[in-house]
Design a protein around this ligand. Sequence first.
Ligand code: FES
Length: 266
Amino acid sequence: MTTVPVRVVPRGFGQTTRRDAWWAVPAVVFTILSAFVVYATWAAFEGQHYTYGPYLSPFYSPEVFGDSPHAWFGSKPSFVPAWLPFSPALLILPFPGLFRVTCYYYRGAYYKAFWADPPSCAVGEPRKGYRGEHSFPLVLQNIHRYFLFIALGFLLVLAHDVWKAMWFINPVTGQTSFGIGVGTIVLAINVVLLGLYALGCHTLRHVIGGKCDELKSDTRATAYHCVSCLNARHMVWAWCSLVSVAFADIYVRLCATGVWTDWRLL
Ligand code: FES
């Protein structure tokens, strides 16, 4: 066998022979994720206008402590120092936030978009060594498996919020009756999209598939197949659910401040 020596020349940062607009996707990812983080941080600290009638913003659900009728355990506890910024969202947003930050898809997207590591496929990197995710700090990304189970719990809470968003109090008689408003639809679409995202989690495939070479139970095989189907579109559901959760908060907020009118459909 003849061998042909090939000289590998490391590329400098950003150097590539690609002719397409490889920078476009990282730029869009950077813009959308930055806008989301800025808005979600502002909305979490704002601490007001997060409910409207039976609607509760998903940024504030579950409302563990708070002043709205949705709060599970009443107002802010007295042991929280007055100088400490408090908002019901600050207690819960870290959990879905860390679920997304450690998601396999988002990692690939923001590694490129935020610290250009690599800027894109076949584009020169800013450093020479590669330690991967086996060493600190990126080894911490492995906590994703735990946040998956927390996220599944959040899905149940948000689904219950949709149920509660179907019961409206008549301001004159004080009676509660069934109804559907645009806000009910917004919250319902949001929980469906979040479900399509979370249930297509790469880790969930491992949880269901385990270490088996063959899935013997039909139920398990069906579940594995469903999760795999969702996982094939994981990127799509990741972005759709990100937009929908922000929009659901904006919708509730603008209704609560009187900017938008919530139309009743039923
Ligand atoms: Fe994306 Fe788990 S891999 S949510």
